[in-house]
Write a protein that binds this ligand. Structure first.
Ligand code: NIG
Ligand code: FE
Length: 383
């Protein structure tokens, strides 16, 4: 099956040779981009034609950071925060109790509902983390559910110290290392840890990440979200594909990132919903760090599935240009997941793309909150 997308007003390819094209066309064959170029010179023999009628076309968003295996919500906690309470991550335990009590079917249905929200708004690659189970059986169940419904799966057993291990964090880390990693590794591609005051310290984080790595998992870290700490440098040292949040950075963190191929993943939806400070995207970009953007959908700090909203925040609050923000939310996410086949529309890439209800990518930030994903294709297909 081949598909011609014709009369594209503005085509963002993120391909270094092709760049951004006007009056363009794109041909999909067998789910991959087969041809990109001027509309005037395209071969019109495709099986099917989609007329973009002057609209902008972008690569599908690549969400490299979400927590979708959970039950319940924390609307009251959000309202209390908006009334002045601060975010301390203790609410994770509320979700822990609800998730443990939920059936596998209900957890899967909630994930599918949220993944569909992501898709409707243009996300075509989705990573999902565990982390609200925190027993061997519940973490294994969480990664199994995630692997069934998402493109990529991360074991975040070391999210907080669960209540039954209060004051015994090292015992919990031992359980993660000795039992949870082996039980979950067959269903996951990544290991993650919340390296933060009140969660896991650098030694505990290292133990978890090294155990994951020894089991064949790639490394990613929740780092420097609430305080300056050692998470970013630990991630870089261990060859992490990405370190996520990066709100509180020392110069040494920026230097370490700039000299590595670890991506700094910024999650401004979490900073919005916790009323925290914004990460300094310009400092990272100016230092040559690869920056990704994610929505971080979770019931505590960022209950949004909207990558366009995140792009709008990145432009308005993080002072990224619309082009930088779009790159970070697509190609940046792809780097963070080490997926060279997505996040761009060069020849050979997966035909994961969005036809916008807009003439240019600037509209993603210029028209915040407006559903601009007119047609979303994954592997060249709708739905
Ligand atoms: O990415 N920081 C840790 N994990 C989540 C929040 C989890 C929660 O509060 O439920 C995050 O922000
Ligand atoms: Fe997170």
């Amino acid at each position: 099956m081949s598909l011609l997308i014709d009369h594209i007003g503005e085509l963002t390819t993120h391909d270094p040779e092709l760049g951004t094209l006007r009056d363009a066309a794109l041909v999909v064959e067998d789910g991959r981009v087969a041809w990109v170029g001027p509309s005037a010179s395209v071969d019109r023999g495709a099986d099917e034609v989609l007329d973009a009628a002057g609209a902008a076309v972008i690569p599908g968003f690549v969400e490299s950071h979400s927590h979708l295996v959970f039950a319940g919500d924390r609307a009251e906690e959000f309202a209390a925060r908006m009334a002045g309470e601060s975010y301390e991550a203790g609410g994770i335990r509320t979700t822990l109790a609800a998730t443990r009590a939920a059936s596998e079917g209900d957890l899967g249905a909630n994930l599918v509902r949220l993944a569909a929200e992501y898709r409707r708004q243009g996300t075509t690659t989705l990573e999902v983390k565990s982390g609200y189970g925190q027993t061997v059986a519940d973490e294994e169940r969480s990664v199994r559910i995630a692997a069934r419904h998402a493109d990529d799966t991360t074991l975040l057993a070391a999210h907080v110290v669960p209540p039954e291990f209060a004051g015994r964090a090292d015992d919990y880390v031992r359980l993660v290392v000795e039992e949870m990693v082996p039980a979950a590794a067959p269903h996951a591609r990544w290991i993650d840890v919340f390296c933060e005051r009140g969660a896991f310290d650098p030694d505990q984080s290292r133990a978890v990440l090294e155990a994951g790595r020894a089991a064949g998992l790639g490394v990613r870290v929740h780092a420097n979200q609430l305080t300056v700490g050692e998470g970013v440098r630990l991630g870089v040292e261990l060859g992490a594909a990405s370190v996520d949040h990066c709100v509180h950075l020392a110069d040494a963190d920026v230097d370490a990132l700039a000299g590595s191929d670890t991506v700094a993943t910024l999650l401004p939806g979490a900073d919005f919903s916790t009323r925290g400070p914004w990460p300094d995207a310009r400092r990272l970009l100016d230092a040559g760090v690869t920056v990704a953007l994610g929505a971080d959908c979770n019931p505590g700090t960022s209950y949004t599935t909207s990558m366009p909203f995140v792009v709008a925040l990145a432009v308005r609050e993080l002072r990224m240009t619309p082009a930088e923000a779009l790159w970070a939310a697509t190609a940046g996410g792809a780097r963070a997941l080490r997926r060279p086949d997505v996040g761009h529309l060069g020849v050979g890439a997966r035909a994961d793309l969005v036809v916008l209800d807009a003439p240019s990518v600037i509209h993603l930030a210029y028209r915040p909150g407006v559903p601009l994903a007119r047609t979303v294709l994954k592997d060249g297909r709708r739905g």
